[in-house]
Design a protein around this ligand. Structure first.
Ligand SMILES: *[C@@H]1O[C@H](CO)[C@@H](O)[C@H](O)[C@H]1NC(C)=O
Length: 115
């Protein structure tokens, strides 16, 4: 390999490492829990930490998952499951209860960083 090509590859590699290190904190993961073999939240938490990922988007508000991610510093965005959207959109009381149980309960000191 020509020295010039080697230098070019080294520079490219360095730029990639520097750029991936600086954007790592902005990488997030979407995690849907509807699967034939659901993942244990403890395993997902470890995978995120091992890979420096600090943001997670959930498509529901499973209590086991939210409890696992309490006080971890990982920023969480919860979603309302599709099968509940209609009833929540038509019933303000139900919407308030959903937010109270699935968001407000965790938005405390030592809780979850909710988005
Ligand atoms: C909280 O969220 C879960 C999952 O979306 C849902 O099953 C539960 O009914 C919600 N709680 C309330 C009070 O709506």
């Amino acid at each position: 390999m020509a020295p010039r090509e080697t230098l070019f590859r080294l520079i490219c590699c360095t730029v990639y490492i520097v750029s991936s290190a600086s954007v790592n904190s902005n990488i997030g993961v979407n995690w849907g829990s509807q699967a034939s073999n659901p993942l244990n939240p403890d395993i997902v938490l470890r995978m995120l930490k091992d890979n420096g990922i600090s943001k997670l988007k959930l498509f529901d508000a499973d209590q086991w998952t939210l409890d696992t991610f309490s006080a971890t510093g990982i920023e969480i965005m919860v979603g309302i499951p599709n099968d509940q959207l209609s009833s929540i959109s038509k019933n303000y009381g139900h919407a308030k209860d959903w937010v109270k149980e699935n968001v407000t309960k965790y938005a405390r000191e030592g809780g979850i960083k909710m988005k």
